[in-house]
Write a protein that binds this ligand. Sequence first.
Ligand SMILES: [Zn+2]
Length: 123
Amino acid sequence: MISRRDQIREKIMARVEIDEGTGCYNWTGPTSGETGRGKDYPRMSLSGQTVAVHKVMWTNEHGFIPGKKELDHACRNRRCVRPDAGHVELVTRKENARRRERAKRSMLGHNSGRALECAETTP
Ligand SMILES: [Zn+2]
């Protein structure tokens, strides 16, 4: 007999494409949409509820997520649902915010060059 855990894992893995380069489990099913803060996160329907796939996958493998902890995409690939270190990791809220800030800063680094160019060409 197949356990509910295995059923859930199989249901998810049936819609995943494994990226052999990065090891990411890329979700090919529906996501939370194209816009907004929480965009591009994998979504699925489970027991009649819409749930975040990476969360289901993680709790299915490792268990309950404590209140002060969150899941972080260490691989920075929102569609990845792999519940392993280097991909979807359990971190404290503080650590998650720190990582987000760091990612944002490195993005700003790219954009500030362009913003300067714009400023220079504005009459
Ligand atoms: Zn990944």
